[in-house]
Structures are given as C-alpha cells and as structure tokens.
Design a binder for this molecule. Structure first.
Ligand code: HEM
Length: 333
C-alpha cells in the first residue's frame, strides 16, 4: 500500500520511509483506546501521564505530516501528464483537472491530507494483521498445511497465486476471517461522540457522550460463534465448502456506520494476496526453544515479539520472475 501511495526510488528515501513506519508502535501506544481521558475527558486539563502521551502524539503527527508533505511536493515537481506513477500523482492530476474547471487551486489543500489518511490508516492496521497471520501459521502447523494444500490444488506449482484465484480459495479466505475474528486486533473502534440525545438497544445516551464499539465482544459472542476461543477457519464454510457470507459479514473489525473503514475491501485483497503467496512459496516454523505465544500488547492488539524460521518450499524461479516484472523502483523497497 505504501508503494501505491508513492513509489520509493532511492536508498535514502527508503531510509526515511523506514523511520516513519518504524514509529508505528509508538503511534499505536499514543492513540490506543483505553486511556482514562477517553471516558473522563475533563482529566485532560490536569497534569498527568496522559498529557505526556498526548504531547508525544502531537510530535509523531508533526513528523508524519512533514514526511507526507515532502513526498507530495516532490511529486508536484516531477509529475508528467503522460504517466501516473502512483496514487499521489493520480490525486494531483484529478484535482488539477477540477481546478481548471472551477478556477480554484485545490491540490495543496486536499492531496496531502488524503494521502496522509490512506497511508496512515493502512500502515499499522495491515502490518498488525500480517504479524498475526505469521504467528497463527506457526502456532497451528496443521492450519498452515491445510492452507498450502488448498493453494497448491487450485493454483498448481507452475505459477504464483493472483487475485483472480480468490473465488476458488474459500479456505484461504476463511482463514483470514478467522484471524480477524479470533484476534480482534482492533478491539475497540476510534472514539466517536453523540451529537444529540439518543437511545440504542433501549439505553439512553446523552449528547456529547464518547462512544466506542466493542468489536472484540461481538467477535467472541458465543451466541454467534460456538467455542469462540477456538481458532477454527472451518466455521466459515458451508457444508459444500463455499464461504458462508452471512458469517463472514458478522466479523466486526472495520467498524460500523458512516465512518466505518473505507479501506476494507482493499485490506482484504492485500491480506488474501499476502496469505496465498506466503502459503504457496514459504514454510514457516517456530523455534522449539522459544514457542510462540498468542499474548498481545495493548493498543491495536499486537502479538509479543516472536521468532520464526521461514524457508522456501521450492526454488526462487517464480518469485524472481515476478520481481523482474515489477515496475521500476519497487524492487528496491
Ligand atoms: C485490516 C486492516 C484494517 C482494519 C482492521 C481497519 C479498521 C478500521 C477501523 C476500526 C476504523 C475506524 C472506524 C470508526 O471511526 O469507527 C478505520 C477507519 C479508517 N480506515 Fe481502516 N482498517 C484497515 C485498513 C485500512 C486501509 C488499507 C485503508 C486505506 C485505504 C484504511 C483507511 C481508513 C480510513 C481513511 C479511515 C477513516 C474513515 C473515516 O473516519 O471516515 N483502512 N479503519
């Protein structure tokens, strides 16, 4: 997703990029729900640890925004009408067209925040999902084998999996939904606030109340999910082996309502491609001396650091071919 926002084309830029995404964990700690100020907002006026966290949050945001602003300025200087290199170019070009019609210069105001939203909202979420996918695959070797079996049967060993395979790989999708349900790594949504007195499920909620959705509890409700603490992708399959769409849409991790995640479909495509490719090409194993644990750190729920061994299932031929066909600049990242 980062390379969809802006292609990275030199070692120096990649170093700067790594610095920015390397701060993901710090960022999660500062925004992670669970702060007492979320439920008692008046505490923000008192000197307390939350104020320090909020100051850190502002600093991280300043650094992040300056990275995005620099990237957008570079794009503005080097953009050519004949080729769209990435999403930043596409946004600049379409806002230029709109400006030409309206006579109002728009790119400055809209491109940086839009790219910042997409880049920012996808970094921590997707990387956390990937960490869990790795961990679950080493924790449950039979699950890994089942996944490899389906991918091998449908894709064969002569080519890499691609997006078009998704419909034929229901077990891979069932695995991804079960990772999202089981880990519920975004246990609570971003805080929102009521704008008027309202009621929900018979409870009255006054105006200006901070409201979260407890996604974790929905995903572990025994009325919907028998044995919710068991990792079982098969729960998402119909008796004929197809994906049970009613159940997959009951997994709650992208929030609800008007402000629900706009990246849901994109995220699921990325997770599918990553999982199918990984299963097709790699074998993951845990270190017997350091068996993986499913414990997590609070915020966006991230697993504790873990050790795994990754080996190739075959040779590098298909991966080398795919890398050779990648657009300029991508191979370097
Ligand atoms: C597995 C990956 C992801 C998860 C679990 C996730 C989850 C969420 C959640 C829980 C929210 C908060 C909604 C609310 O305010 O109630 C959100 C918002 C958002 N997400 Fe995602 N997200 C993921 C990936 C992405 C990706 C890849 C993008 C990039 C397009 C993205 C873009 C956004 C944006 C822009 C918002 C703010 C929407 C708004 O405030 O109107 N997300 N996401």
């Amino acid at each position: 997703l980062s390379s969809s926002c802006f292609r990275l084309s030199s070692a120096m830029k990649i170093r700067r990029f790594k610095q920015v995404v390397g701060r993901n964990d710090q960022f999660t700690r500062t925004v992670g729900a669970g702060s007492v100020v979320d439920v008692m907002p008046w505490l923000q006026y008192f000197p307390n640890p939350v104020k320090t966290i909020f100051d850190d949050f502002k600093r991280l945001n300043r650094e992040f925004n300056s990275f995005i602003r620099d990237k957008v300025s570079e794009h503005r200087k080097t953009i050519q009408s004949s080729s769209v290199r990435d999403m930043t170019d596409a946004l600049i070009a379409s806002l230029d067209r709109l400006s030409a019609k309206t006579g109002v210069p728009l790119w400055k105001e809209y491109v940086t925040p839009t790219v910042g939203d997409v880049f920012g909202a996808s970094q921590d979420t997707l990387s956390t999902a990937l960490q869990w996918i790795f961990l679950v695959l080493v924790k449950y070797p039979d699950v890994q084998q089942r996944l490899q079996k389906e991918v091998d049967q449908v894709v064969g060993r002569q080519r890499l999996p691609c997006l078009e395979d998704q419909q034929q790989l229901p077990w891979v999708m069932a695995f991804i939904y079960e990772v999202m349900r089981f880990t519920s790594f975004m246990p609570l949504t971003i805080p929102h606030s009521t704008t008027t007195d309202t009621t929900i499920g018979g409870y009255s909620i006054p105006r200006n109340t901070v409201v979260f959705i407890n996604q974790w509890s929905v995903n572990h409700d025994p009325a919907i999910w028998p044995q919710p603490e068991t990792f079982d992708p098969d729960r998402f399959l119909n008796p004929n082996g197809s994906l049970n769409k009613d159940l997959t849409s009951s997994v709650l991790i992208f929030s609800l309502g008007k402000r629900r995640c706009i990246g849901e479909e994109l995220a699921k495509l990325h997770l599918f491609l990553f999982t199918a490719l990984m299963g097709h090409q790699c074998r993951l194993a845990s270190d017997p001396a350091r068996p993986p644990s499913l414990d997590w750190n609070y915020g966006t729920l991230k697993p504790h650091a873990f050790h795994i061994a990754v080996s190739l299932r075959g040779d590098m031929r298909l991966l080398d071919q795919a890398a050779a066909g990648a657009p300029a600049g991508e191979g370097e990242a």
